[in-house]
Ligand binder design. Structure first.
Ligand code: C2O
Length: 468
């Protein structure tokens, strides 16, 4: 079938128009702003949106509790919700989808908030805790859940009154080139630290989404991702297997199965941030001994709680009862090397029988483990600047309890030492140390404010060094 020149050019121009249309009609990007820049009216709108969500019954997917359940809940809570098995308990930690999943999660919740606040300008604000590590005032004043929907009374009281700030947020994650490592670093710190130091709802994956600060926290984490790309990271490979992953969400228009690759840049999803790039490194006074620490981590590439541990245990350290102060366990280097550490390709710290001892810690339990290459160089009552590693989600008592239920009382937590620690282990002074932390906050001058310092918080039945 022939086509006249005129028909052909008409066809071409309508194709061009169709191509150009989305651009011409595209709404300008919505801008997410730092909470400190929000005026009284903006805050009213935000509070109204959250209040409206809180007023809906849990079964309504637009409700606050439903959205919190999408992040985490007990299995029983999810089972009580229609479609709970599809949409609830989805939070992706210890996986390549820490950043990707939370991005979409925020997006759908923000849409709901915008609709219920009846203000098309509403965007989720972020809390830049690197600029200000004290909980922003709108989240804590008025200190009343009935008049301030941004308030949550389960947070640590010192955080909620503004007496304490978050400690140890330093990280060089933005300089990391590999996306998965960047994501992993960010998840450890500042992400976990903020959760674990706010405590209460925020301290548990299961309840974190109930605290409004969760949304501001993750908005900030999401901002770092875009910062990192602009800074030249950008090694997000749209062709890699993890970017084909799909997640089901209950959106305003019904079920949406989102594909990770569709949301690798904020602009793809219609928004941006008022401040990019960002900085992550907080330069608070960091004692030298802390600079030398190597943090032990639970690698996401393998299940966080492997069972049975594929490790050969070579050295047993005494049982421990920990309180809020850092505790060091000294190990003879010669003994470690003799027992099999000398030829080890991989080394892990295996914790057996971890038990929580206080009700408070049962809600928000966290523990950081680090290696001090030289036991002589530590001052364990000074934890300034210590970055928390992989506590949120991995050391939660509810997670441990579930694990123990599935795998029996012998279940162990295996924490692998990062590669650079191996060198530190094989050479150095007579002794190295494992340092266990339950971190505290800092005051306005950046001085440590340990909490629960005297109270026994948890017991570790046995700590063993294991090798492969
Ligand atoms: Cu899915 Cu900060 O948590």
């Amino acid at each position: 079938m022939g086509m006249s020149r005129r028909e052909f050019s008409l066809l071409m121009s309508s194709a061009a128009a169709a191509l150009a249309a989305p651009r011409a009609l595209a709404a300008p990007l919505k801008v997410r702003r730092g909470i400190h820049t929000l005026g009284a009216t903006d805050l009213d709108v935000l509070r109204a949106g959250i209040s409206a969500m809180k007023a809906l019954p849990t079964e309504d997917f637009r409700s606050w509790m439903y959205q919190a359940g999408v992040h985490g809940s007990t299995a029983a809570e999810a089972a009580a919700i229609p479609d709970g098995a599809t949409y609830w308990r989805q939070c992706k930690h210890n996986s390549p989808h820490f950043l990707t999943w939370h991005r979409w999660y925020l997006l759908f919740c923000e849409e709901i908030m915008r609709l219920l606040a009846d203000d098309c300008h509403l965007t989720l604000p972020y809390w830049d805790y690197i600029a200000d590590n004290f909980l922003p005032e709108p989240l804590r004043i008025p200190a009343d859940v009935t008049t301030n929907s941004l308030y949550d009374d389960t947070r640590h009281p010192d955080i909620n009154t503004g007496v304490s700030g978050i400690s140890g947020l330093h990280t060089d994650a933005l300089d990391v080139v590999d996306f998965l490592m960047f994501s992993d670093d960010l998840a450890s710190n500042p992400h976990n630290g903020v959760h674990n130091q706010i405590t209460g709802n925020m301290g548990l994956v299961r309840t974190a989404g109930r605290d409004p600060v969760f949304w501001l926290h993750h908005c900030n984490i999401d901002r770092y991702w875009e910062c990192w790309i602009r800074k030249g990271g950008g090694r997000v490979h749209p062709g890699s297997p993890w970017s084909d992953e799909e997640f089901p969400f209950h959106s305003l228009t019904g079920r949406r199965d989102v594909i990770v690759a569709d949301g690798l840049r904020t602009a793809d999803l219609g928004y941006t941030y008022d401040s990019l790039p960002c900085s992550l490194l907080v330069v608070w006074e960091i004692p030298d001994w802390i600079r030398d620490l190597v943090f032990v981590r639970v690698p996401w590439r393998r299940p966080p709680l492997p069972d049975p541990p594929p490790w050969r245990e070579i050295l047993e350290l005494p049982p421990l009862t920990l309180n809020g102060q850092p505790t060091a366990v000294v190990v003879s280097r010669a003994e470690f090397l003799r027992a099999g550490g000398a030829n080890a390709r991989r080394v892990a710290v295996v914790l057996h029988g971890v038990e929580g001892l206080s009700a408070r810690e049962n809600r928000a339990f966290s523990l950081d483990v680090a290696l001090a290459p030289d036991a002589k160089r530590i001052a364990v009552n000074d934890f300034r600047g210590v970055a928390p590693i992989d506590a949120f989600g991995n050391f939660e008592l509810s997670v441990l309890a579930e694990h123990a239920e599935h795998h029996g009382a012998s279940s162990a937590l295996v924490l692998e030492l990062p590669e650079r620690a191996l060198k530190a282990l094989s050479a150095g002074g007579d002794e190295f140390a494992l340092v266990f932390f339950r971190r505290g906050h800092v005051d306005r001058d950046g001085r440590p404010r340990p909490f629960d310092a005297k109270q026994p918080l948890f017991r570790i039945g046995a700590t063993r060094l294991a090798v492969q």
